[in-house]
Design a protein around this ligand. Sequence first.
Ligand code: GUN
Length: 288
Amino acid sequence: MQLIDGKSTAQAIKEEIAAEVSTLVGQGKKRPHLAAVLVGHDGGSETYVAYKIKDCEQVGFKSSLVRYEDDVTEEELLDRIAALNADSDLDGFIVQLPLPAHISEQKIIEAIDPAKDVDGFHPVNVGKTVIGLPSFVSATPYGIVELIKRYSIETSGKNCVIVGRSNIVGRPLSVLMSQKAINATVTVAHSRTKNLKEVCASADILIAALGFPEFIKEDMVKEGAVVIDVGTTRVESSETKSGFRLKGDVDFEKVAPKCSFITPVPGGVGPMTRVSLLLNTLKAAKNR
Ligand code: GUN
């Protein structure tokens, strides 16, 4: 069994990005600039956005944080998005989700200029991804594909089962895994899938993205399978200073001995998701 080290892979990619930024700036070009819009004070969102800003600093990007309280109106937010779209210094921006219930997330996503949509959530980017055109791919699927490539994992003709059909992970990942560069035969399993255990056990590559801690047990995994764990559920823990720890969707201790490759949680997909936002921002800067 080989552990897929997302942390060190992401670090290596960050170093590649930092070197490219130095070259760009050395050529007199503008430093890539990412902005994050954060509404309210949700603990998880605060943490994720703080990481995104820190990641920008580490690779030499400029970053901006735009904050609103929970009572911001949809109109105010749409006006700000229009201003960010028009800001010529800005290469890309994200609006951290979830948003308060009185704001339509879909309306907000569709207001973002697809050329600055480094989250890859805009329907134009999703649609381009589906038909294989250059696009911004959302960070988690992008990071998983990059990990698979960097570990030279054989994908052509392999059975890939993805458990979970979310718009930001399972669905776009199913598209990428079936494309010609990867050539896997893809099944998307979900809450209504019959015989889920057998479907999962047929996978050469099993990707768990359902958000249910330790759902994937050893009898759902084929001997020698590649297992990618997208789950990051925060569970209470007396063993950490924060009082929480992250649990994946895979029962790691029992499943790992059966695998050819497996991602840990934390330190697997998570760091790759973070670095993918930087890759998209660099691409947005170079596209301009
Ligand atoms: N909330 C959870 N994940 C994400 C993400 O990747 N982007 C944004 N904008 N919000 C999120």
